[in-house]
Design a protein around this ligand. Structure first.
Ligand code: SF4
Length: 699
C-alpha cells in the first residue's frame, strides 16, 4: 500500500459469511485479520471483488427502451418519468396489485426494509417478494415451525470448532465459502468428525470422515433412518426430549418404519454407513447438524429440514453450546434480507403481515392508516408466473436480482417477463433481466454506499463507503426515495443517509422476533457486529439462542412427523437420470458480478455438466463432448466433465450462467406447499449426444 492509500473496513459483497476486508483507495482488497468470522481469510471471489467497481461494462446512465425496441441512454428525468407514468397507467387500468416488486438477498438491511415499505406505502401493492424465496425459505419455514424463530445459525460459527460430531447435509462449504473451513479444520484437529450428506463427492465430502452419498430428493428418508437407529439403539436423549420438546411420539411412530435396509432402498446409502453415522451422532457429547440448499431446495424442502431437526432434537443438541441445529445461509444478506419486509408475507422484524398487532405497530412507524396497508402477496415464483394472467402483475420493479437466470423453469419465466407492460431493473451491470427491461437504472455497488447486513450467524455488521460511485449512478435508497416522492409519498421517504433508514428499522423491529432496536451503527463498529435479537442498547445481543426456552407458545421445540416423498418431477423411462444444480468456487449466484471478473471467468468460464464415466459410456459420451440435456421443460447443450465424484444416476450443472448456458431453463418450478420454494435441486433429465436432438426443442 502506498503512503497515500486509505483503507476502509467493510465486508465482501458476495456470500453470507460476509468476510471482513479493507478496500484501499487504489482499489486493492486487503483481508481483515481482526474480523472474527474470517480472521484474515478470503476466497478468490473476495480477493477480486474490487474488479467490478470500475469495470468498463458498468452502467453509468439510465437506459430506456426506445421506439425501435433498443435500450438507449437516457437522462434520470426521462427514466424516472417513464417509470412513474407506467406505474400510474398500470394501476389505473388494473389496480394497485398489478405492480409488483422483486428484491434480493444481497440488498442491505436498509434497502430490504425500504423496498418493503416502498411496495406497501408508495405503490400500495401486496405483490413484493424476493430471490431469497429460491434460497432460504424452506429452512426459514422449518425453523419457525420447530423452534418458533428462524435464524440460520442460532450460535456463533466458532461453535463448529468445538462440536465433536457434525452432520453437514447438502452444502459444499469447502468451495462455496472456503474461509469457513478454518472452523471445520479446528474441529478435526481437536479429534472431531464430519459426516457429509451429498449426492456428489464434493471437496467437502472428500474431506469428511464419512460420506452419505444419497439419491437426490431422499433427505427425509435418510434423516428418518437416522432417527430410527437412534431410537433402536437407545441413543435418544430422553431427558432432553421430555423437558424441552413436544411431538416426539408422532415422529417416533413415523420413523419406526424407516428400517436401515428400507432407507438404503430409498436413498442408495448403504445400511452400514447409515447405522455408523447414527451411532457417531448418538454417542457424541456435542453433536451438531447443519443443512443447506441440498435438502432445502426441493418441493419437500420444509419436510426435509424438519426431518433433520427431529434428529437434532432427539440428540438433545439444540440450545446447548457447541452443538445444535443450524442452516448455512447462502446470499450475502440472505439472513437480514428475509427479516425486514421484502417477503410477501412479512413485515420488518419477522412480523407477520396478517397479524393485526404487527400491522398496527408498523402502520404507526410508517405513519400510515393501518387499513391502507396491503395484506400478503404472491411468493416469488408465483408472482413471476402470474405475469400476464388475470389478476397478475403487469409492471415489475426489480432490485438486486436477476430472475431471468436464477428462477427455475427459465423458458417459462422469460415468456412471462416478456408479457409485462413495464419492466424496470436497477442494477450495476446489464444483467439478463436488465436486458429485457423497458427502463434500466444504474445503481451503486457494495463498496460505494453504507449499510448493514446480517451474516449467517445473525451478526449484524456494517458495510462502509470505500469508493465513490461513477458519475451518473445513484444508490437504491436514492432511487426509491425519488420514485416515492414522484408517486406522492415524499413525506414517508425523507432519508438523507442509510443510517436514517436503519434508525427507522430499529423502531419498526422493536418487540419483534428479529429485534434490532438495541443495535446502532456505533455499537456495530465497537463490537465487531451485534447478534440479534437485541431489544435495547444495554442488551449484549444474543449469540446463542434457545439456552432456556424456545420462542414457541409452549416454550418447547416441536418434533414433526414427516414422511419420504419422491421428487415431483421424478425420473422415469423417458427421463431416466436426476439433474441437480449448485455453485462453483469461482462464480456466484446468477453471475451478474462474477462473470465480469477476469480471474473468475478464467477459472470457471462456462457451466460444465458433471457425469459419472460409467453413465457417459452408456450414452457413448466422452470427456469434453457436447451433450444435450433435456427435461420436461426444455433442453440445453453443455460440455461434459467426467468425474467419479457423482452418482451414476445424477448429472450436476452449476447455475451461474444465462441464455443458452442457463441450466435453470431446465429446472423444475414445483413448489414446496409451505415455503413456496421451487424444486431447484432435483428433476428428471434425459441425456443425449449434442445434435441428436434439435437445439432449443420443447419436450
Ligand atoms: Fe468470504 Fe464468501 Fe466473500 Fe468468499 S465470497 S470472501 S467466503 S464472504
Amino acid at each position: 500500500m502506498n503512503a497515500s492509500s486509505i483503507a476502509v473496513a467493510t465486508h465482501c459483497p458476495y456470500c453470507a459469511l460476509q468476510c471482513g476486508m479493507h478496500l484501499d483507495s487504489d482499489r486493492r482488497v486487503l483481508a481483515d485479520p481482526k474480523f472474527p468470522v474470517n480472521q484474515g481469510g478470503l476466497c478468490v471471489k473476495g480477493w477480486t471483488a474490487a474488479a467490478t467497481l470500475d469495470h468498463a461494462a458498468r452502467l453509468r446512465a439510465p437506459l430506456v427502451r426506445g421506439a425501435g425496441g433498443r435500450l438507449e441512454p437516457a437522462s434520470w428525468e426521462e427514466a424516472l418519468a417513464r417509470i412513474v407514468a407506467g406505474i400510474g397507467d398500470v394501476q389505473r387500468r388494473c389496480g394497485r396489485d398489478a405492480v409488483g416488486v422483486f428484491g434480493g438477498g444481497s440488498l442491505t438491511n436498509e434497502k430490504a426494509y425500504l423496498l418493503g415499505k416502498f411496495a406497501r406505502v408508495a405503490l400500495g401493492t401486496s405483490n413484493i417478494d424476493y430471490n431469497g424465496r429460491f434460497c432460504m425459505s424452506s429452512a426459514a419455514a422449518a425453523a419457525q415451525r420447530a423452534f418458533g424463530i428462524d435464524r440460520g445459525l442460532p450460535f456463533p460459527l466458532a461453535d463448529i470448532a468445538q462440536a465433536d460430531v457434525i452432520l453437514l447435509a447438502g452444502s459444499n462449504v469447502a468451495e462455496t465459502m472456503p474461509p469457513v473451513m478454518r472452523y471445520f479444520e479446528a474441529q478435526q484437529a481437536a479429534g472431531g468428525t464430519l459426516i457429509a450428506v451429498d449426492p456428489r463427492r464434493t471437496t467437502t465430502a472428500q474431506w469428511a470422515k464419512t460420506h452419505l452419498q444419497l439419491r437426490p430428493g431422499s433427505d427425509t428418508a435418510l434423516a428418518n433412518g437416522l432417527l430410527h437407529v437412534l431410537v433402536r439403539e437407545h441413543l435418544v436423549d430422553e431427558a432432553y426430549v421430555a423437558a424441552r420438546t413436544e411431538g416426539f411420539g408422532e415422529a417416533l411412530r413415523i420413523s419406526a418404519s424407516y428400517w436401515p435396509e428400507c432407507v438404503e432402498r430409498l436413498t442408495g446409502v448403504p445400511e452400514a454407513l447409515l447405522v455408523e453415522a447414527a451411532r457417531m451422532l448418538g454417542r457424541a457429547e456435542r453433536p451438531m447438524i447443519l443443512t443447506a440448499r441440498g435438502p432445502e431446495q426441493q418441493a419437500h424442502g420444509v419436510d426435509n429440514a424438519l426431518a433433520y431437526i427431529n434428529v437434532a432434537l432427539a440428540l438433545g443438541a439444540v440450545g446447548k453450546p457447541f452443538s445444535g441445529f443450524g442452516t448455512i445461509t447462502g446470499q450475502g444478506n440472505g439472513q437480514g434480507g428475509r427479516e425486514h419486509g421484502q417477503k410477501a408475507d412479512q413485515l420488518p422484524g419477522y412480523r407477520r403481515i396478517d397479524d393485526p398487532a404487527a400491522r398496527a405497530h408498523i402502520a404507526r412507524v410508517w405513519n400510515v392508516p393501518v387499513e391502507t396497508m396491503p395484506g400478503p402477496g404472491r411468493s416469488a415464483f408465483e408472482l413471476l408466473d402470474a405475469i400476464g394472467s388475470e389478476g397478475g402483475v403487469r409492471a415489475l420493479l426489480v432490485f438486486g436480482s436477476n430472475p431471468a437466470v436464477s428462477a427455475p423453469d427459465g423458458f417459462r419465466v422469460a415468456r412471462r417477463l416478456g408479457a409485462l407492460d413495464l419492466l424496470v431493473v436497477a442494477d450495476f451491470f446489464l444483467s439478463e433481466t436488465a436486458a429485457l427491461a423497458d427502463v434500466v437504472l444504474p445503481s451503486a455497488q457494495w463498496a460505494e454506499e453504507d449499510g448493514t447486513t446480517t451474516n449467517l450467524e445473525g451478526r449484524v455488521i456494517r458495510r462502509r463507503t470505500a469508493a465513490d460511485p461513477p458519475e451518473g449512478v445513484r444508490t437504491d435508497i436514492e432511487i426509491l426515495c425519488e420514485l416515492a416522492a414522484r408517486l406522492g409519498k415524499r413525506a414517508h421517504f425523507s432519508y438523507s443517509t442509510s443510517q436514517d433508514v436503519f434508525e427507522e428499522l430499529r423502531r419498526a423491529t422493536q418487540g419483534a422476533p428479529a429485534d434490532y432496536s438495541g443495535i446502532t451503527y456505533q455499537r456495530i463498529d465497537a463490537e465487531d457486529g451485534v447478534f440479534w435479537p437485541c431489544p435495547d442498547v444495554d442488551h449484549p445481543g444474543t449469540p446463542r439462542l434457545f439456552a432456556d426456552r424456545f420462542p414457541t407458545p409452549s416454550g418447547r421445540a416441536a418434533f414433526h412427523a414427516v414422511a419420504h416423498a419422491v421428487p415431483v418431477d421424478n425420473r422415469d423411462d423417458q427421463y431416466p437420470l436426476y439433474l441437480t444444480t449448485g455453485r462453483v468456487l469461482a462464480q456466484y449466484q446468477s453471475g451478474t458480478q462474477t462473470r465480469h471478473v477476469p480471474e473468475l471467468c478464467d477459472a470457471a468460464p462456462r457451466p460444465l455438466a458433471e457425469m459419472h464415466p460409467a453413465t457417459a459410456k452408456a450414452y457413448g459420451i466422452g470427456a469434453g463432448d457436447r451433450v444435450r440435456l433435456t427435461t420436461r421443460r426444455g433442453g440445453g447443450t453443455f460440455t461434459v466433465k467426467l468425474t467419479q465424484s457423482i452418482r451414476e444416476d445424477t448429472v450436476f450443472v452449476p447455475f451461474h450462467w444465462g441464455g443458452e448456458e442457463s441450466i435453470n431453463r431446465l429446472t423444475s418450478s414445483a413448489l414446496d406447499p409451505v415455503s413456496r420454494m421451487p424444486e431447484l435441486k432435483v428433476c428428471a433429465v434425459r441425456v443425449s449426444a449434442a445434435g441428436s436432438e434439435a437445439a432449443g426443442e420443447r419436450p
